[in-house]
Write a protein that binds this ligand. Structure first.
Ligand code: CMC
Length: 432
């Protein structure tokens, strides 16, 4: 089969370059631009990476126009309906759904790595009671690199696997400790007899003075949300983990970089921002006024939980979560949730508005997730931490894929320089 190429002619110098076009298994092909600089001495310019494929990956596929999301080829809707977060974690890490023996071994390993070093718990004492949990979680995850550094050889597949199991198992423990620190309550140790999400809820809500029983509705809802948040190809935080990891840095430090990138309101911080926005809007009558602010570029207000770089159609995760909101709220006996009613109305009005139609802005994964987190008692400042726990699986899968690739190189973008041209240093007395 002849390989497709894209021919480019530099009219100024009359030089030609032939760029190989590489097909994916599905989705758009990519143009390999490596010869561009070699042959013509120019770089490509793509701020925000709107048209750039930064790597080759076999993990997650998104068709933004059709609203499709596949993990290792499996539609997220099927996984949400039939799978569990732990099984999805195995799938993302290993590429295939596990056999019974494989999932038992994987689950057992995750359950037996849940404790964190006691000294790590003491790190929390350095934080003020009102420190944002994302600040605490990213700092404590970064600190894990100090505990697992000399023994970590990133080129050893078994050590990479141990790292994967450790971070996936321990991040709920760290997240729950951040929450307990904010409350001034004692840290609760993990319970390895519980499944992943039940254990997290137990560590978040149990207190030593009375028994605590995990609500299975809450655990199930959390498990489903975690499946939906587990991976999303080369988003900002995953790209951050890849870029940091490409230097060969300690992988706990790379994950901490990803957590920091996730925190921003344009990314994972949007779930927290959506609830703040809904509270600020307050009632249905205020929706038009709010939307006119969101459409006014000078206001810096955005309709949070709407829009996506890749989806120009419904985010499939948003559809599932909206459906889930109905079920979870009614199972918890809170069907008359006013914020959910307001969100539904806001969605309806925005979807009929020319501004949002023209720009193909639809609800994203964060529009409804905060409503479920609230309903199961998760405080608002912990929403993005919940996202980080789930996305850790995706970050680890991408880091593993990158490190195992013999073609891996340090990530090092270039620029177009528009600063001053060369000039000579002037003594302070002769400067204007
Ligand atoms: N409200 C109002 N206008 C918007 C919004 C919004 N939420 N999102 C995009 N636009 C406008 C934007 O002003 C621009 O208008 P114009 O063409 O007139 O200049 C146009 O739509 C295209 O937007 P963009 O900013 O160029 O798009 P982007 O791909 O760079 O940004 C986004 C994507 C998700 C950052 C953005 O849509 C946004 O800020 N949304 C709100 C925050 C949010 O919900 N983030 C969560 C994303 S999904 C989960 C995750 O990634 O973690």
């Amino acid at each position: 089969m002849t390989q497709k190429t894209l021919e480019l002619v530099d009219r100024a110098s009359d030089r030609k370059v032939s760029l190989p076009v590489r097909p994916g298994t599905i989705g758009p092909s990519v143009v390999d631009i490596a010869p561009l600089n070699r042959e013509l001495g120019v770089f490509t310019y793509d701020p925000g990476f709107g048209a750039t494929a930064a790597c080759e990956s076999r993990i997650t596929y998104i068709d933004g126009d059709a609203g499709v999301l596949l993990y290792r080829g499996y539609p997220v809707e099927q996984l949400a309906e039939k799978s569990t977060f732990t099984e999805v974690a195995y799938l993302l890490l290993h590429g295939e759904l596990p056999s019974r023996k494989q999932i038992d071994e994987f689950t057992s390993s995750i359950r037996h790595h849940t404790m964190i070093n006691e000294s790590l718990l003491r790190f929390f004492n350095g934080f003020h009671y009102d420190a944002h949990p994302m600040a605490m979680v990213s700092a404590v995850v970064a600190s894990m690199s100090a505990f697992y550094h000399d023994t970590m050889d990133i080129y050893n597949p078994r050590q990479r696997e141990i790292f994967a199991h450790r971070i996936i198992a321990k991040i709920p423990t760290i997240a729950a400790a951040a929450h307990k620190h904010a409350l001034g309550q004692p840290y609760v140790y993990p319970r390895n007899d519980l499944d992943y999400c039940s254990n997290l809820l137990h560590m978040l809500y149990a207190v030593p003075c009375e028994p605590y029983e995990v609500d299975p509705v809450a655990a199930q809802a959390l498990d489903l949300l975690f499946i939906l948040h587990a991976d999303h190809e080369q988003n900002a935080s995953t790209s951050t983990v890849r870029l940091a990891g490409s230097t060969g840095t300690n992988p706990y430090a790379a994950i901490a970089a990803g957590i920091s990138a996730l925190w921003g309101p344009a990314h994972g911080g949007a779930n927290e921002a959506v609830l703040t926005m809904l509270e600020q809007i307050g009632t249905v009558d205020n929706i038009p006024k709010f939307l006119s602010q969101a459409k006014d570029k000078t206001s810096h207000v955005r309709l949070m939980g709407f829009g996506h770089r890749v989806y120009k159609n419904f985010d499939p995760r948003a559809k599932i979560i909206r459906e889930m909101c109905h079920k979870v709220l009614s199972r918890l006996g809170r069907s008359d949730n006013p914020l959910f009613e307001l969100a539904l109305r806001l969605e309806e009005i925005a979807l009929q508005d020319e501004y949002f139609i023209e720009r193909k802005l639809y609800p994203n994964v964060d529009f409804y997730s905060g409503i479920i987190y609230s309903a199961i008692g998760i405080p608002r400042s912990m929403f993005t931490v919940m996202f980080a726990i789930a996305r850790t699986v995706g970050w680890v899968a991408h880091w593993q894929e990158m490190i195992a690739d013999p073609a891996m190189r340090i990530g090092r973008p270039r620029q177009i320089y528009t600063g001053p041209t060369r000039r000579d240093y002037r003594e302070i007395g002769s400067r204007a």
